[in-house]
Design a protein around this ligand. Sequence first.
Ligand code: ATP
Length: 248
Amino acid sequence: MIHKIPQTHPRASSLMIREKLVDGFRNGIVVPQGLIAHGRGEAFDYLLGEKTTKYAYEAEKAAVCLLLLSNKSIISVNGNTAVLCAKDLVTLSNVTKSRIEVNLFHKSTARTNAIASILRKEDAFDVLGLDNKSKTIIKRVSSNRKYVDKDGIMNSDTIFLALEDGDRTESLGRMGKKVISVDLNPLSRTAIASNITIIDNIVRAIPNMVKISEQLVKKDKSYLLHLIKNFDNKENMHKSLVTIKKGI
Ligand code: ATP
């Protein structure tokens, strides 16, 4: 059950996100560690003014270009992202023709199936990461994140990781895959190891990316390539970090 938060409360939207995560925890979709990870994200979000900065928006635009230009893009979904933005993740996957794979640090069949069923409720017809027969392993990743789908992450050219741990991001990069991540912490290994790093809250980043993708899907390839060419991830991350410093 999600408690109602009065809309007049000055921190209504932040409290509502917490309610959704706690509800997801009670339903076995979010793990306790996911709640703690959210807390770390919240601290950075507070310093960013809890809004999408123009730098984050530029990164979101570049990320959509990369998804649209890729041949085999995958959106990796975990418990927190499923609870907070399943509907938008499914729309983003449809518009950018990316497949969805459930991939968990704290893995269990029950949790994987529960996340897949949230996604299917939002009309996802193709959810990977459920079939043990198509499971394979990414080398040099110690966590359960190493188990990926042969037809999904293993075979992809671009992976969109909405929330991730650094180990796998680094390994995916070594495998020659392009990695897009959303992480409010610009200092995390995930943020540093990604090709495109979106320093924004997923609850804003994913809906923004849906809107951007609906516009950019109509553009031709040369326009998308031009946008990506003009995007410098390191510089963009540095500007986000400066914004956070100003927030302090
Ligand atoms: P790394 O292993 O990459 O160095 P980490 O150990 O901080 O990072 P986790 O513990 O998996 O990785 O934490 C997940 C990350 O997700 C945190 O850095 C946190 O800032 C970020 N995060 C949590 N909730 C959100 C959210 N709603 N939107 C964006 N980022 C978030």
